[in-house]
Design a protein around this ligand. Structure first.
Ligand code: FES
Ligand code: FES
Length: 161
């Protein structure tokens, strides 16, 4: 563990300040210091996508991101997607279609789908598969996940956000 530093960044619209080893992962800081447990630890190696978060709107693996890298930046986790009581269309679609079994991959899947639809609000099935291919579901819920992303497009009226 290195020397502590104060890292300031925004999480789900709130300014946060954490005194920590700047080389600690964003994932550990989110879960252990900020109590945001929606973002999951799957592989810790950038291979499964369970730890997906948005940094300045871009999907990133929080397990491979040093917290110092988000200094001054905006981070959104799965907890930050709903607007009050209103779920994000991607969340609604996953719920409606039951696009999960154990649910361990789901937060990462949802965050990745949000990033995908922000960049491409009306993707083809091939684009959905390509856009989600950095997320692994060990329960193999892939067909339902693709359907849920398609449904999210409908719920958002052809354009998410
Ligand atoms: S836990 Fe980060 S990619 Fe698997
Ligand atoms: S629902 Fe179990 S890992 Fe995806």
């Amino acid at each position: 563990m290195g020397a502590e530093a104060t890292v300031r960044f925004t999480v789900n619209g709130q300014a946060r300040e954490v005194a920590t080893d700047p080389e600690r992962t964003l994932l550990d800081v989110l879960r252990e210091d900020l109590g945001l447990l929606g973002t999951k630890y799957g592989c810790g190696e950038g291979l499964c996508g369970a730890c997906s978060v948005l940094v300045e709107g871009r999907r990133m693996n929080a397990c491979r991101t040093a917290v110092s890298k988000v200094e001054g930046r905006s981070v959104v986790t799965v907890e930050g997607l709903a607007k009050g009581e209103a779920l994000h269309p991607v969340q609604e679609a996953f719920l409606e279609l039951g696009a999960y079994q154990c649910g361990f991959c789901t937060a990462g899947m949802i965050v990745s789908a949000v990033a995908l639809l922000d960049a491409n609000p009306s993707p083809t099935d091939a684009e959905i598969s390509a856009g989600m291919n950095r997320n692994i579901c060990r329960c193999c819920s892939y067909p339902k996940i693709v359907k849920a992303v398609r449904r999210a497009v409908e719920l958002a009226g052809g354009g998410v956000r």
